[in-house]
Design a protein around this ligand. Structure first.
Ligand SMILES: *Cc1c(COP(=O)(O)O)cnc(C)c1O
Length: 461
Protein backbone atom coordinates (compact mmCIF):
# COMPACT_ATOMS: atom_id res chain seq x y z
CA UNK A 1 0.00 0.00 0.00
CA UNK A 2 1.38 3.36 -0.95
CA UNK A 3 0.55 5.94 1.64
CA UNK A 4 -0.44 9.07 -0.21
CA UNK A 5 -0.91 12.35 1.55
CA UNK A 6 -3.81 14.09 -0.04
CA UNK A 7 -2.90 17.17 -2.02
CA UNK A 8 -6.45 17.87 -3.00
CA UNK A 9 -7.22 21.54 -3.41
CA UNK A 10 -10.76 21.03 -2.14
CA UNK A 11 -12.13 22.10 -5.48
CA UNK A 12 -13.67 19.62 -7.85
CA UNK A 13 -10.67 18.91 -10.01
CA UNK A 14 -11.51 16.73 -12.90
CA UNK A 15 -9.84 14.59 -15.48
CA UNK A 16 -11.15 14.62 -18.98
CA UNK A 17 -10.93 11.71 -21.37
CA UNK A 18 -8.68 13.07 -24.08
CA UNK A 19 -10.93 12.35 -26.98
CA UNK A 20 -14.25 13.63 -28.22
CA UNK A 21 -17.32 11.57 -27.82
CA UNK A 22 -20.97 12.36 -27.40
CA UNK A 23 -21.85 12.59 -23.73
CA UNK A 24 -18.38 13.75 -22.67
CA UNK A 25 -18.28 14.17 -18.93
CA UNK A 26 -16.15 15.35 -16.09
CA UNK A 27 -14.75 12.76 -13.72
CA UNK A 28 -13.90 13.63 -10.12
CA UNK A 29 -10.27 12.98 -9.23
CA UNK A 30 -10.49 12.45 -5.51
CA UNK A 31 -13.97 11.01 -5.00
CA UNK A 32 -15.69 7.94 -6.35
CA UNK A 33 -17.83 9.04 -9.29
CA UNK A 34 -21.54 8.78 -8.45
CA UNK A 35 -22.37 6.63 -11.43
CA UNK A 36 -20.72 4.03 -13.62
CA UNK A 37 -19.04 4.62 -16.96
CA UNK A 38 -18.30 2.46 -19.96
CA UNK A 39 -15.26 0.23 -19.50
CA UNK A 40 -13.75 1.76 -22.65
CA UNK A 41 -13.95 5.19 -21.05
CA UNK A 42 -12.38 4.04 -17.80
CA UNK A 43 -9.64 2.31 -19.78
CA UNK A 44 -8.94 5.44 -21.78
CA UNK A 45 -8.69 7.61 -18.69
CA UNK A 46 -6.42 5.22 -16.78
CA UNK A 47 -4.24 4.64 -19.84
CA UNK A 48 -3.89 8.33 -20.61
CA UNK A 49 -2.77 9.05 -17.09
CA UNK A 50 -0.35 6.11 -17.02
CA UNK A 51 1.17 7.32 -20.29
CA UNK A 52 2.57 10.28 -18.35
CA UNK A 53 4.88 7.91 -16.45
CA UNK A 54 8.43 7.43 -17.67
CA UNK A 55 9.11 5.01 -20.50
CA UNK A 56 10.27 1.69 -19.05
CA UNK A 57 12.75 1.08 -21.88
CA UNK A 58 14.62 4.26 -20.94
CA UNK A 59 14.49 3.47 -17.25
CA UNK A 60 18.09 2.86 -16.25
CA UNK A 61 17.19 3.49 -12.61
CA UNK A 62 15.32 0.32 -11.77
CA UNK A 63 16.51 -3.21 -11.17
CA UNK A 64 13.04 -4.51 -11.86
CA UNK A 65 11.99 -6.40 -14.99
CA UNK A 66 10.10 -4.36 -17.57
CA UNK A 67 10.07 -6.78 -20.48
CA UNK A 68 9.15 -10.43 -20.98
CA UNK A 69 8.43 -12.63 -23.99
CA UNK A 70 4.98 -12.27 -25.56
CA UNK A 71 4.24 -15.82 -24.43
CA UNK A 72 4.83 -14.69 -20.86
CA UNK A 73 2.46 -11.79 -21.38
CA UNK A 74 -0.14 -14.29 -22.54
CA UNK A 75 0.46 -16.56 -19.58
CA UNK A 76 0.17 -13.53 -17.30
CA UNK A 77 -3.22 -12.47 -18.64
CA UNK A 78 -4.48 -16.06 -18.59
CA UNK A 79 -3.48 -16.58 -14.96
CA UNK A 80 -4.13 -13.12 -13.51
CA UNK A 81 -7.05 -14.58 -11.53
CA UNK A 82 -4.99 -17.02 -9.47
CA UNK A 83 -4.57 -16.45 -5.75
CA UNK A 84 -1.36 -17.90 -4.35
CA UNK A 85 -2.91 -18.72 -0.98
CA UNK A 86 -5.67 -20.87 -2.49
CA UNK A 87 -3.54 -23.97 -2.41
CA UNK A 88 -6.58 -26.21 -2.43
CA UNK A 89 -8.19 -24.54 -5.43
CA UNK A 90 -4.97 -24.13 -7.39
CA UNK A 91 -2.89 -27.11 -6.34
CA UNK A 92 -0.81 -27.08 -9.49
CA UNK A 93 0.34 -23.51 -8.93
CA UNK A 94 1.29 -24.58 -5.41
CA UNK A 95 3.22 -27.56 -6.79
CA UNK A 96 4.99 -25.31 -9.28
CA UNK A 97 5.97 -22.93 -6.50
CA UNK A 98 7.58 -25.84 -4.65
CA UNK A 99 9.34 -26.91 -7.82
CA UNK A 100 10.77 -23.39 -8.22
CA UNK A 101 11.98 -23.46 -4.61
CA UNK A 102 13.83 -26.71 -5.27
CA UNK A 103 15.34 -25.32 -8.48
CA UNK A 104 16.63 -22.34 -6.53
CA UNK A 105 17.82 -24.64 -3.75
CA UNK A 106 19.87 -26.46 -6.35
CA UNK A 107 21.15 -23.19 -7.84
CA UNK A 108 22.16 -21.81 -4.43
CA UNK A 109 23.61 -25.10 -3.19
CA UNK A 110 21.21 -26.03 -0.41
CA UNK A 111 22.80 -29.10 1.22
CA UNK A 112 19.72 -31.21 0.43
CA UNK A 113 18.24 -29.47 -2.61
CA UNK A 114 15.41 -31.99 -2.94
CA UNK A 115 14.24 -30.94 0.53
CA UNK A 116 14.69 -27.21 0.03
CA UNK A 117 12.76 -25.09 2.50
CA UNK A 118 11.51 -21.79 1.16
CA UNK A 119 8.69 -19.81 -0.35
CA UNK A 120 7.84 -17.28 -2.98
CA UNK A 121 7.13 -13.78 -1.68
CA UNK A 122 5.93 -10.50 -3.13
CA UNK A 123 9.55 -9.41 -3.54
CA UNK A 124 12.84 -9.33 -1.71
CA UNK A 125 11.42 -7.04 0.93
CA UNK A 126 9.01 -9.68 2.19
CA UNK A 127 11.83 -12.23 1.89
CA UNK A 128 14.05 -10.01 4.08
CA UNK A 129 11.28 -9.64 6.66
CA UNK A 130 10.79 -13.41 6.81
CA UNK A 131 14.52 -14.15 6.87
CA UNK A 132 15.02 -11.55 9.59
CA UNK A 133 12.08 -12.86 11.62
CA UNK A 134 13.47 -16.38 11.54
CA UNK A 135 16.83 -15.05 12.75
CA UNK A 136 15.16 -13.15 15.57
CA UNK A 137 13.01 -16.07 16.68
CA UNK A 138 15.91 -18.52 16.68
CA UNK A 139 18.02 -16.11 18.67
CA UNK A 140 15.20 -15.58 21.19
CA UNK A 141 14.64 -19.29 21.60
CA UNK A 142 18.33 -20.00 22.13
CA UNK A 143 18.67 -17.14 24.62
CA UNK A 144 15.60 -18.21 26.58
CA UNK A 145 16.73 -21.77 26.84
CA UNK A 146 20.09 -20.51 28.12
CA UNK A 147 18.22 -18.40 30.70
CA UNK A 148 19.48 -15.17 29.14
CA UNK A 149 17.77 -11.89 28.35
CA UNK A 150 16.05 -11.35 25.01
CA UNK A 151 15.56 -7.62 25.59
CA UNK A 152 18.06 -6.16 23.21
CA UNK A 153 18.38 -7.97 19.88
CA UNK A 154 20.49 -6.29 17.22
CA UNK A 155 21.19 -6.94 13.56
CA UNK A 156 24.51 -5.99 11.95
CA UNK A 157 24.87 -4.78 8.37
CA UNK A 158 26.70 -2.31 6.18
CA UNK A 159 25.62 1.32 5.98
CA UNK A 160 24.82 0.59 2.33
CA UNK A 161 21.93 -1.83 2.95
CA UNK A 162 18.68 -1.32 1.10
CA UNK A 163 15.97 0.57 3.01
CA UNK A 164 14.10 -2.69 3.72
CA UNK A 165 16.57 -3.56 6.49
CA UNK A 166 15.93 -0.28 8.23
CA UNK A 167 12.25 -1.14 7.95
CA UNK A 168 12.81 -4.64 9.30
CA UNK A 169 14.64 -3.27 12.32
CA UNK A 170 11.95 -0.66 12.94
CA UNK A 171 8.90 -2.91 12.45
CA UNK A 172 10.22 -5.88 14.44
CA UNK A 173 12.05 -3.84 17.08
CA UNK A 174 15.57 -4.99 16.50
CA UNK A 175 18.39 -2.50 16.97
CA UNK A 176 19.98 -1.84 13.58
CA UNK A 177 23.76 -1.65 13.73
CA UNK A 178 25.17 -0.14 10.59
CA UNK A 179 28.86 -0.58 9.96
CA UNK A 180 29.64 2.79 8.39
CA UNK A 181 31.32 3.03 5.01
CA UNK A 182 34.99 3.85 5.04
CA UNK A 183 37.07 5.51 2.34
CA UNK A 184 36.42 4.16 -1.10
CA UNK A 185 34.79 0.89 -0.07
CA UNK A 186 31.07 1.32 -0.27
CA UNK A 187 29.90 -1.89 1.39
CA UNK A 188 30.35 -4.15 4.40
CA UNK A 189 33.76 -5.76 4.77
CA UNK A 190 34.99 -8.39 7.20
CA UNK A 191 37.63 -6.27 8.92
CA UNK A 192 35.43 -3.84 10.88
CA UNK A 193 32.42 -6.07 11.27
CA UNK A 194 33.32 -7.63 14.62
CA UNK A 195 33.29 -4.31 16.48
CA UNK A 196 29.52 -4.34 16.02
CA UNK A 197 28.76 -7.99 16.83
CA UNK A 198 27.96 -9.36 20.28
CA UNK A 199 25.84 -12.00 22.01
CA UNK A 200 22.68 -10.03 21.15
CA UNK A 201 23.32 -10.12 17.43
CA UNK A 202 20.53 -12.10 15.76
CA UNK A 203 22.48 -12.17 12.51
CA UNK A 204 24.64 -10.36 10.01
CA UNK A 205 23.22 -9.30 6.66
CA UNK A 206 25.64 -9.66 3.75
CA UNK A 207 24.53 -8.06 0.50
CA UNK A 208 25.29 -9.73 -2.79
CA UNK A 209 24.99 -6.80 -5.05
CA UNK A 210 24.79 -3.50 -3.21
CA UNK A 211 21.95 -1.30 -4.35
CA UNK A 212 24.26 1.68 -3.98
CA UNK A 213 26.92 0.71 -6.50
CA UNK A 214 26.34 -2.89 -7.59
CA UNK A 215 29.39 -4.30 -5.79
CA UNK A 216 29.40 -7.63 -3.95
CA UNK A 217 30.12 -7.83 -0.26
CA UNK A 218 32.73 -10.50 0.50
CA UNK A 219 30.32 -13.05 1.94
CA UNK A 220 32.97 -15.73 2.37
CA UNK A 221 35.32 -13.41 4.30
CA UNK A 222 32.42 -12.16 6.42
CA UNK A 223 31.59 -15.78 7.31
CA UNK A 224 35.26 -16.47 8.04
CA UNK A 225 35.44 -13.50 10.43
CA UNK A 226 32.36 -14.83 12.23
CA UNK A 227 33.91 -18.32 12.37
CA UNK A 228 36.94 -16.81 14.10
CA UNK A 229 34.65 -14.87 16.43
CA UNK A 230 32.84 -18.06 17.37
CA UNK A 231 36.11 -19.89 17.96
CA UNK A 232 37.18 -17.09 20.31
CA UNK A 233 33.93 -16.38 22.14
CA UNK A 234 31.67 -19.40 21.64
CA UNK A 235 29.02 -17.07 20.16
CA UNK A 236 27.69 -18.26 16.83
CA UNK A 237 26.25 -15.49 14.64
CA UNK A 238 24.38 -16.61 11.51
CA UNK A 239 24.44 -14.83 8.15
CA UNK A 240 21.50 -13.94 5.91
CA UNK A 241 22.51 -13.12 2.35
CA UNK A 242 20.48 -10.35 0.74
CA UNK A 243 20.96 -11.50 -2.84
CA UNK A 244 18.10 -9.39 -4.20
CA UNK A 245 20.03 -8.88 -7.42
CA UNK A 246 23.08 -11.15 -7.15
CA UNK A 247 21.06 -14.32 -6.53
CA UNK A 248 20.24 -14.43 -10.22
CA UNK A 249 23.57 -13.05 -11.48
CA UNK A 250 26.38 -14.76 -9.57
CA UNK A 251 25.29 -18.38 -10.25
CA UNK A 252 25.44 -17.70 -13.98
CA UNK A 253 28.16 -15.10 -14.44
CA UNK A 254 30.46 -15.78 -11.47
CA UNK A 255 29.78 -19.50 -10.79
CA UNK A 256 33.02 -19.92 -8.82
CA UNK A 257 32.21 -17.16 -6.36
CA UNK A 258 31.35 -18.81 -3.04
CA UNK A 259 28.58 -16.78 -1.43
CA UNK A 260 25.63 -19.12 -0.93
CA UNK A 261 24.70 -22.20 1.14
CA UNK A 262 28.13 -23.65 0.38
CA UNK A 263 29.10 -21.48 3.35
CA UNK A 264 27.84 -23.19 6.47
CA UNK A 265 27.21 -19.92 8.25
CA UNK A 266 24.72 -18.80 5.60
CA UNK A 267 21.33 -19.80 7.00
CA UNK A 268 19.00 -17.97 4.60
CA UNK A 269 19.06 -16.23 1.24
CA UNK A 270 16.47 -14.08 -0.45
CA UNK A 271 16.36 -12.78 -3.99
CA UNK A 272 14.01 -10.80 -6.23
CA UNK A 273 12.42 -12.88 -8.97
CA UNK A 274 11.34 -9.56 -10.43
CA UNK A 275 14.88 -8.20 -10.71
CA UNK A 276 17.42 -10.39 -12.52
CA UNK A 277 15.04 -13.35 -12.09
CA UNK A 278 13.48 -11.70 -15.16
CA UNK A 279 9.81 -11.68 -14.07
CA UNK A 280 7.44 -8.69 -13.92
CA UNK A 281 7.11 -6.99 -10.51
CA UNK A 282 5.55 -8.90 -7.66
CA UNK A 283 7.82 -11.85 -6.91
CA UNK A 284 10.73 -12.75 -4.65
CA UNK A 285 12.10 -15.92 -3.10
CA UNK A 286 13.49 -16.80 0.30
CA UNK A 287 15.16 -20.09 1.17
CA UNK A 288 16.56 -21.51 4.38
CA UNK A 289 19.54 -23.80 4.67
CA UNK A 290 17.28 -26.50 6.16
CA UNK A 291 14.07 -26.89 8.12
CA UNK A 292 15.93 -26.39 11.38
CA UNK A 293 16.63 -22.75 10.49
CA UNK A 294 12.97 -21.87 9.96
CA UNK A 295 11.37 -22.01 13.44
CA UNK A 296 8.26 -24.18 13.30
CA UNK A 297 6.20 -21.72 15.35
CA UNK A 298 6.45 -19.14 12.55
CA UNK A 299 4.85 -21.52 10.08
CA UNK A 300 1.10 -21.38 9.57
CA UNK A 301 -0.93 -24.17 8.09
CA UNK A 302 -3.54 -23.78 5.37
CA UNK A 303 -5.84 -26.38 3.95
CA UNK A 304 -4.45 -28.11 0.89
CA UNK A 305 -6.51 -30.79 -0.83
CA UNK A 306 -7.98 -31.60 2.53
CA UNK A 307 -4.43 -31.95 3.80
CA UNK A 308 -2.09 -29.46 5.32
CA UNK A 309 0.14 -26.92 3.60
CA UNK A 310 2.67 -25.01 5.68
CA UNK A 311 3.04 -21.32 4.77
CA UNK A 312 5.29 -18.54 6.00
CA UNK A 313 4.24 -15.18 4.63
CA UNK A 314 3.24 -11.66 5.63
CA UNK A 315 0.39 -11.57 3.11
CA UNK A 316 -2.55 -13.89 2.87
CA UNK A 317 -3.96 -13.38 -0.65
CA UNK A 318 -1.54 -12.41 -3.37
CA UNK A 319 -1.19 -13.01 -7.10
CA UNK A 320 -0.21 -16.50 -8.20
CA UNK A 321 0.57 -15.52 -11.78
CA UNK A 322 4.08 -14.35 -10.95
CA UNK A 323 5.01 -17.82 -9.71
CA UNK A 324 3.91 -19.26 -13.04
CA UNK A 325 5.88 -16.55 -14.82
CA UNK A 326 8.99 -17.49 -12.85
CA UNK A 327 8.46 -21.12 -13.77
CA UNK A 328 8.02 -20.04 -17.41
CA UNK A 329 11.41 -18.24 -17.31
CA UNK A 330 13.16 -21.20 -15.66
CA UNK A 331 11.87 -23.50 -18.39
CA UNK A 332 12.27 -21.03 -21.23
CA UNK A 333 15.83 -20.01 -20.42
CA UNK A 334 17.43 -22.79 -18.44
CA UNK A 335 20.90 -22.21 -17.04
CA UNK A 336 22.30 -21.44 -20.45
CA UNK A 337 19.64 -18.84 -21.29
CA UNK A 338 20.10 -17.06 -17.95
CA UNK A 339 23.85 -17.16 -18.40
CA UNK A 340 23.65 -15.62 -21.87
CA UNK A 341 21.29 -12.85 -20.83
CA UNK A 342 23.19 -11.91 -17.68
CA UNK A 343 26.52 -12.08 -19.50
CA UNK A 344 25.14 -9.80 -22.23
CA UNK A 345 24.03 -7.32 -19.54
CA UNK A 346 27.46 -7.45 -17.98
CA UNK A 347 29.19 -6.91 -21.34
CA UNK A 348 27.04 -3.84 -21.96
CA UNK A 349 27.74 -2.52 -18.45
CA UNK A 350 31.49 -2.94 -18.93
CA UNK A 351 31.24 -1.26 -22.34
CA UNK A 352 29.56 1.74 -20.69
CA UNK A 353 32.12 1.95 -17.91
CA UNK A 354 34.98 1.75 -20.44
CA UNK A 355 33.45 4.65 -22.34
CA UNK A 356 33.00 6.64 -19.11
CA UNK A 357 36.63 6.08 -18.19
CA UNK A 358 37.63 7.87 -21.36
CA UNK A 359 35.55 10.92 -20.37
CA UNK A 360 37.43 13.23 -17.98
CA UNK A 361 34.10 14.54 -16.68
CA UNK A 362 33.47 11.25 -14.87
CA UNK A 363 35.06 8.97 -12.33
CA UNK A 364 33.96 5.31 -12.42
CA UNK A 365 33.21 3.85 -8.99
CA UNK A 366 31.83 0.46 -10.00
CA UNK A 367 32.41 -0.87 -13.48
CA UNK A 368 29.72 -3.52 -13.89
CA UNK A 369 31.94 -6.56 -13.36
CA UNK A 370 29.94 -7.71 -10.32
CA UNK A 371 26.30 -6.74 -10.83
CA UNK A 372 25.79 -5.29 -14.32
CA UNK A 373 25.56 -1.86 -12.71
CA UNK A 374 27.72 1.15 -13.47
CA UNK A 375 28.16 3.72 -10.75
CA UNK A 376 30.04 6.95 -11.42
CA UNK A 377 30.67 10.36 -9.94
CA UNK A 378 31.89 13.64 -11.39
CA UNK A 379 35.56 13.90 -12.22
CA UNK A 380 37.69 16.20 -10.10
CA UNK A 381 37.90 19.04 -12.61
CA UNK A 382 34.15 19.48 -12.93
CA UNK A 383 32.97 22.53 -11.02
CA UNK A 384 30.14 24.08 -13.02
CA UNK A 385 27.63 21.27 -12.57
CA UNK A 386 27.04 18.09 -10.63
CA UNK A 387 25.47 14.65 -10.96
CA UNK A 388 21.98 16.07 -10.39
CA UNK A 389 22.40 18.39 -13.36
CA UNK A 390 23.59 15.49 -15.51
CA UNK A 391 20.61 13.39 -14.40
CA UNK A 392 18.19 16.20 -15.26
CA UNK A 393 19.84 16.87 -18.59
CA UNK A 394 19.65 13.16 -19.54
CA UNK A 395 15.96 13.21 -18.78
CA UNK A 396 15.45 15.63 -21.63
CA UNK A 397 16.51 12.82 -23.96
CA UNK A 398 14.22 10.40 -22.11
CA UNK A 399 16.87 8.56 -20.04
CA UNK A 400 16.04 7.98 -16.39
CA UNK A 401 19.32 7.85 -14.51
CA UNK A 402 19.17 8.47 -10.75
CA UNK A 403 21.62 10.68 -8.90
CA UNK A 404 22.03 10.29 -5.14
CA UNK A 405 24.51 10.56 -2.31
CA UNK A 406 26.28 7.60 -0.75
CA UNK A 407 25.23 6.60 2.82
CA UNK A 408 26.60 7.79 6.16
CA UNK A 409 30.29 8.61 6.27
CA UNK A 410 30.44 9.15 2.52
CA UNK A 411 27.51 11.50 2.06
CA UNK A 412 30.03 13.85 0.50
CA UNK A 413 30.02 11.63 -2.58
CA UNK A 414 27.21 11.99 -5.12
CA UNK A 415 26.88 9.45 -7.87
CA UNK A 416 24.92 8.43 -10.93
CA UNK A 417 23.88 4.81 -11.45
CA UNK A 418 23.00 2.85 -14.56
CA UNK A 419 21.44 -0.59 -14.13
CA UNK A 420 21.82 -2.72 -17.25
CA UNK A 421 18.92 -5.12 -17.63
CA UNK A 422 17.73 -7.61 -20.19
CA UNK A 423 16.84 -5.74 -23.37
CA UNK A 424 19.33 -2.87 -22.92
CA UNK A 425 21.41 -3.69 -25.95
CA UNK A 426 24.83 -2.50 -27.11
CA UNK A 427 22.98 -0.29 -29.60
CA UNK A 428 20.93 1.34 -26.88
CA UNK A 429 24.05 1.73 -24.76
CA UNK A 430 25.71 3.62 -27.60
CA UNK A 431 22.65 5.86 -27.98
CA UNK A 432 22.79 6.48 -24.24
CA UNK A 433 26.50 7.34 -24.39
CA UNK A 434 25.83 9.69 -27.30
CA UNK A 435 23.14 11.49 -25.30
CA UNK A 436 25.37 11.59 -22.24
CA UNK A 437 28.13 13.18 -24.33
CA UNK A 438 25.64 15.76 -25.65
CA UNK A 439 24.41 16.50 -22.13
CA UNK A 440 27.91 16.95 -20.80
CA UNK A 441 28.97 19.13 -23.75
CA UNK A 442 25.99 21.39 -23.09
CA UNK A 443 26.88 21.63 -19.41
CA UNK A 444 30.58 22.15 -20.15
CA UNK A 445 29.75 25.10 -22.37
CA UNK A 446 27.75 26.98 -19.77
CA UNK A 447 29.32 30.36 -19.16
CA UNK A 448 28.86 29.98 -15.42
CA UNK A 449 27.98 27.34 -12.85
CA UNK A 450 24.47 25.85 -12.78
CA UNK A 451 22.30 27.59 -10.17
CA UNK A 452 21.99 25.46 -7.03
CA UNK A 453 18.79 24.27 -5.48
CA UNK A 454 18.04 22.05 -2.51
CA UNK A 455 19.12 18.49 -3.23
CA UNK A 456 16.45 15.84 -3.65
CA UNK A 457 15.78 13.31 -0.91
CA UNK A 458 17.79 10.11 -0.88
CA UNK A 459 16.96 7.85 -3.82
CA UNK A 460 15.96 4.32 -2.86
CA UNK A 461 15.98 1.40 -5.26
C1 LIG B 1 15.80 -4.23 -4.40
C2 LIG B 1 16.47 -4.65 -3.17
C3 LIG B 1 15.74 -5.02 -2.04
C4 LIG B 1 14.24 -4.92 -2.01
O1 LIG B 1 13.73 -5.77 -2.98
P1 LIG B 1 12.24 -5.73 -3.56
O2 LIG B 1 12.23 -6.94 -4.42
O3 LIG B 1 12.16 -4.46 -4.35
O4 LIG B 1 11.30 -5.78 -2.43
C5 LIG B 1 16.42 -5.47 -0.94
N1 LIG B 1 17.77 -5.55 -0.95
C6 LIG B 1 18.51 -5.20 -2.02
C7 LIG B 1 20.00 -5.34 -1.96
C8 LIG B 1 17.89 -4.74 -3.17
O5 LIG B 1 18.63 -4.39 -4.23
Amino acid sequence: MAVHRSNSTGTDESVLPRFTRAGMMNVPKDRLPEGAMLPQTALQIARDEAALDGNARFNLATFVTTWMDEEADRLYSETADKNMIDKDEYPQTAAIEERCVRMLGDLWHVPEAAQSVGTSTTGSSEGCMLGGLALKRRWQTARRSAGKSTDRPNIVMGGNVQVVWEKFANYWEVEPRYVPLEGDVFHLTADRLLDYVDENTIGVVAVLGSTMDGTYEPVQEICQALDDYEARTGISVPVHVDAASGGFIAPFVQPDLVWDFRLERVVSIQSSGHKFGLVYPGIGWVLWRDAEHLPEELVFHVNYLGGDMPTFALNFSRPGAQVLLQYFQFLRLGREGYREIQQACQDVAVHISDALRSMPEFHVIADGTELPVVCFSMGEGVTKYDVYDVSRKLREAGWLVPAYTMPANREDLSVLRVVVRNGFSHDMADLFLRDLRTAVDWLDHLDGPMPREEQPANFHH
